[in-house]
Design a protein around this ligand. Sequence first.
Ligand SMILES: Nc1nc2c(ncn2[C@@H]2O[C@H](COP(=O)(O)OP(=O)(O)OP(=O)(O)O)[C@@H](O)[C@H]2O)c(=O)[nH]1
Ligand SMILES: C=C(OP(=O)(O)O)C(=O)O
Length: 213
Amino acid sequence: MRTKVDLVIPVKALGRAKSRLVGAADGGAGDPDAHAALALALALDTATAAHAADVVRRVVTVTSDPAVAAELRAVGVEVLSEERPESGLNTALRLGAALLRGRDPRSVVGALQADLPALRPEELAAAVRASAGRRAFCPDRQGTGTTLLLSAPGGDLGPRFGVGSAGAHRDSGAVALLGPWPSLRCDVDTEEDLVLAGELGLGSHTAARLCPL
Ligand SMILES: Nc1nc2c(ncn2[C@@H]2O[C@H](COP(=O)(O)OP(=O)(O)OP(=O)(O)O)[C@@H](O)[C@H]2O)c(=O)[nH]1
Ligand SMILES: C=C(OP(=O)(O)O)C(=O)O
């Protein structure tokens, strides 16, 4: 049986997003527009790769930022407006998951972080297949955070993102997905992460936003 998944990709308002990457887009200068363009590029590359995965049926972004909404709609992503951004990431994910669950009571719903600019559709697909009908999560490269969380078919997503989320998802009964999918584990929080993502192969939006070395 082929698993199909409907994904929520949360994207923080660009002015507040990816604070640990300020300056990465312009050699340390820290221009806000250059930073916002980089944060947006990370999300565009993530959403584009997710959309291209053969196991993915729908991609919905939750954001309060009109610029993010417009750019993601332009690449075919549905956008759900986050009415109360101060409520945080897990609230945004529950909103998106509820929308998707309402459309299909038996589906697998998932949360995919928006900072995976090297993501390869076939690696995302392999991780989804490995979940095999179980609520499951993929830890980030360091093993402490979470890049992907999947519900069981028809089940609750139960997002517990935040510091130490891999442990929180494990403790809540989700199965860890630990296969050969480095691009799915390479979330980009720091410039070091960005270098590692570059070694895996950045998506075109992010590559275009970085200063030539
Ligand atoms: N919609 C929404 N997305 C969020 C929120 N907080 C975090 N995210 C998204 O969740 C993902 C993981 O968040 P982080 O890696 O902590 O990203 P961040 O908060 O932008 O980065 P830092 O400022 O460096 O902590 C990213 O894709 C963010 O855009 C939120 O309150 N609402
Ligand atoms: C919010 C998270 O992302 P990060 O740890 O990359 O900030 C998480 O992994 O739960």
